[in-house]
Design a protein around this ligand. Structure first.
Ligand SMILES: C[S@@+](CC[C@H](N)C(=O)[O-])C[C@H]1O[C@@H](n2cnc3c(N)ncnc32)[C@H](O)[C@@H]1O
Length: 346
C-alpha cells in the first residue's frame, strides 16, 4: 500500500515509493521505454545519439592524456541501448577500448536483466553504489537519470514555509501541506532562500551529486549529464507524470506512470562549484550539431533509398530541433576547474 487510509507522506517519499517500491515500483516492475511503453529517450530515437556521446568520450579521454585505466560509467542505463552502442563504437578504437572499464549503476533488477540481454556481459560490470567504482579517472554518463530522483516542494504562505505532502482519503490521493521550519530548506539553499516563495529540489539527487563531485575531485574525470530542464529564472513547480506518452496528474496512477520533474541546472552547477568543479552547459541541439551529427547522418545515408534516409533525418530532427528535444534538453559537463576540454560546448 502506497499510503495507509487517512495517512499522509511527504511528496518525495510518495514519488520514491511510486517509482522504486521493491514490489510495485514503476521502474521495478516495468520496462517503460519505446512506442509501446510510456516514453522514449534519445538513445532509443537514434543510434547516432550514442555515437556522438562515444566521439565525445574518446576526445575527453585524449584530453585527460589517455589514462591507462579509465572508468566509463553509465548512471541509470534504462534498457541498455546507450551503453550497448558506446561499447560497439569504442570497439573500433583499440587504444581507449583497452583502457576502458565499463560500468553501469542501475537500481532496477528488471532493467538490469534487460540490459544484460543487450550488452556483452563480459564487457560491463554492474554496480549497486558509487563506492564500488575502482579509484581511477572516471567519466560518468547520465542521460535522463537525475529527473528520475524524487523531489520535495515547499511553499511560502503568510511568511511561513509549508512542505507538500500527499494524503490518502476516501480512496483518493490528494495534496496537502505541512508547516516546516525554514531551517530545513535553508540547509540546501543557503541565502538563496530569501529570493524564493516556492522551492523545489531533490535532497537525494543533491547527496548523489556530492558523492560524484568528491569522486571526480579526487580521481579526475568528469560527468556528462543530459536532461530536460532550465538554466535560469526562479524556481517553479515542474512536477509531471507521463503514461503512454501523455501527461497526467502525478496523483492519477502512481506505480504505473513515470513521475518526474525538470532539472534546475543552475542548482546543479552551484552544487558542483561548491566542490571546486567547473560546469559547462549547452542545449542538446547545439551539443549534437557541434559533435557532427548532421555530417555523420549524411555519410551513413549516402547510398540509402529515400525512405531510409528520410527516417534517419526525421529522428535526428527530434533530437536537435528546438521544437522537439533540441532546446528543452540541456547538456552539463562537469570537470576539474583546470580542465580546458570544451568539445560540444563552444
Ligand atoms: C528515465 S530512465 C533513463 C534511462 C536511460 N538513461 C535512457 O536514457 O534511456 C532512469 C533510469 O535511472 C534508473 N535509476 C533511477 N534512480 C537510480 C539510482 N538512484 N541508482 C541507479 N539507477 C537509478 C532507473 O531505474 C532507470 O533505468
Amino acid at each position: 500500500m502506497l499510503i495507509g487510509h487517512n495517512k499522509k507522506i511527504s511528496l518525495d517519499r510518495f514519488i520514491y515509493k511510486s517509482l522504486y517500491d521493491k514490489d510495485n515500483g514503476y521502474y521495478i516492475k516495468k520496462n517503460p521505454f519505446g512506442k509501446k511503453g510510456d516514453f522514449i529517450t534519445s538513445p532509443n530515437i537514434s543510434v547516432l545519439f550514442s555515437e556522438m556521446i562515444s566521439i565525445w568520450l574518446i576526445s575527453f579521454w585524449e584530453n585527460l592524456k589517455k589514462p591507462k585505466k579509465i572508468n566509463i560509467i553509465e548512471l541509470g542505463a534504462g534498457n541498455g541501448e546507450m551503453m550497448s552502442q558506446i561499447i560497439k563504437t569504442l570497439n573500433n578504437f583499440s587504444e581507449i577500448n583497452l583502457s576502458a572499464n565499463f560500468l553501469i549503476l542501475e537500481k532496477s533488477p528488471l532493467l538490469i536483466k534487460i540490459q544484460k540481454t543487450k550488452i556483452d556481459k563480459k564487457k560491463v560490470g554492474w554496480i549497486k553504489n558509487l563506492k564500488e567504482i575502482p579509484k581511477a579517472p572516471t567519466i560518468f554518463l547520465a542521460n535522463e537519470f537525475f529527473d528520475a530522483f524524487p523531489i520535495k516542494q515547499f511553499l511560502m504562505k503568510n511568511n511561513n514555509w509549508y512542505e507538500k505532502y500527499v494524503a490518502y482519503k476516501k480512496n483518493k490521493f490528494e495534496v496537502c501541506d505541512q508547516k516546516v521550519s525554514s531551517k530545513i530548506i535553508e540547509k540546501y539553499l543557503g541565502k538563496d532562500i530569501k529570493k524564493e516563495k516556492f522551492v523545489e529540489y531533490s535532497p537525494s539527487a543533491m547527496k548523489f551529486v556530492n558523492e560524484i563531485a568528491n569522486f571526480i575531485f579526487k580521481n579526475n574525470g568528469g560527468l556528462l549529464m543530459i536532461d530536460y530542464g532550465f538554466t535560469s529564472g526562479k524556481m517553479k513547480n515542474t512536477l509531471q507524470s507521463v503514461e503512454k506518452h501523455r501527461q497526467i496528474s502525478f496523483l492519477e496512477n502512481p506505480y504505473n506512470s513515470d513521475i518526474t520533474h525538470l532539472i534546475n541546472f543552475k542548482m546543479y552547477k552551484k552544487e558542483f562549484a561548491n566542490s571546486n568543479l567547473k560546469s559547462l552547459i549547452t542545449t542538446q541541439g547545439n551539443f549534437l550539431i557541434k559533435l557532427g551529427i548532421l555530417k555523420r547522418a549524411e555519410i551513413i545515408s549516402k547510398n540509402l533509398q529515400f525512405s531510409k534516409k528520410a527516417d534517419i533525418f526525421y529522428r535526428i530532427k527530434r533530437l536537435i530541433d528546438a521544437k522537439h528535444m533540441g532546446s528543452l534538453f540541456k547538456v552539463l559537463f562537469v570537470s576539474k576547474s583546470k580542465n580546458n576540454f570544451n568539445l560540444g560546448f563552444k
